[in-house]
Design a protein around this ligand. Structure first.
Ligand code: FE2
Length: 292
């Protein structure tokens, strides 16, 4: 029985989470001396944060080869199975920047527009589920481009403490569907149907797939689900101690177990546009073996 349908299991999980969660962003930043050889202390600090908060921020010194530095950090944290994303380049990293490339047009990620709350890869099939991602800033914008995020497990906990019916309906197996994506009549991505909250069968952790974009998204046609979505969106809009906000500076990054996140619109520097490296993975950040 999972925490979704067993209240004793849920309470035990909830109490442990609340006892260990870190709500001070300054305690969530890990300074990494050498991306190519993390110390045990650096690795443990990231693992501990990812265990209880599902994310860690990190900072590195200027590098000659940022791609390799990020790939190596991720690799040492267990992120090896990267998503075969349409715009992922070598080793699965994507360059997130304002783009005029044909093919990336129409994808809001590659504009300077605001992005609503979402988890990455919410449209992916189960076999290609995104369980973790990393975001690293090579060049920040002049203004804007602020990220906000919240651990989806904390969203579940807060909603369930208010009203258990809400999380039950959000866990409906057909709660959210994304129609297939076609390019020139060819199906590039199949239709994706599934719950918003679910237990990942691989490691029994509570996960979430969600987007606030309403375009091209079909939600289960029920009043209960509409009400639950309104409560979810209300919660995301408010500020709780578990909402985090940070404008990533150059050489700072986020590594996480696919937290819910958004981005504000931004203005690029005329000669040095905002550039982030993003990796998406089908596995999660490695768990520490000896956490209390
Ligand atoms: Fe994203």
């Amino acid at each position: 029985m999972s925490i979704l349908d067993n209240s004793d299991n849920y309470k035990c999980w909830r109490d442990k989470k609340l006892a260990n969660v870190v709500d001070d962003i300054n305690l969530c930043m890990v300074e990494i001396a050498n991306p190519f050889a993390l110390t045990i202390a650096e690795k443990t600090a990231i693992q501990r944060l990812c265990e209880y908060n599902n994310f860690a921020l990190f900072a590195i010194k200027a590098q000659k080869d940022y791609e390799q530095a990020i790939i190596q950090i991720n690799h040492q944290m267990g992120l090896v199975d990267y998503d075969q994303h349409l715009y992922a380049q070598n080793n699965g990293l994507a360059y997130v920047t304002k783009s005029n490339k044909i093919g990336q047009l129409g994808f809001i990620t590659y504009t300077n527009k605001a992005l609503g709350w979402h988890t990455d890869g919410y449209y992916n099939a189960i076999e290609n589920r995104v369980r973790a991602f990393s975001l690293f800033c090579i060049a920040p914008s002049v203004t804007g481009g602020v990220n906000q995020w919240i651990d989806p497990q904390m969203v579940y906990l807060l909603l369930r403490e208010e009203n258990q019916d809400v999380v039950e309906v959000l866990s409906h197996p057909q709660a959210m569907s994304i129609p297939e994506h076609k390019v020139n009549g060819k199906v590039r991505r199949a239709k994706s149907v599934g719950p918003i909250f679910f237990i990942d069968e691989i490691d029994n952790t509570l996960c979430m797939r969600y987007t606030q974009r309403k375009k091209n998204i079909e939600f289960l046609n029920s009043t209960e689900l509409q009400q639950a979505l309104a409560l979810l969106d209300d919660l995301l809009k408010t500020k709780t101690p578990y909402h985090f906000e940070h404008l990533m500076n150059a050489n700072q990054g986020l590594i996480c177990n696919n937290v819910l996140h958004n981005r504000s619109m931004f203005v690029d520097h005329p000669s040095k546009p905002r550039l982030l490296l993003r990796g998406r993975y089908t596995n999660r950040v490695t768990r520490a073996l000896n956490l209390l």
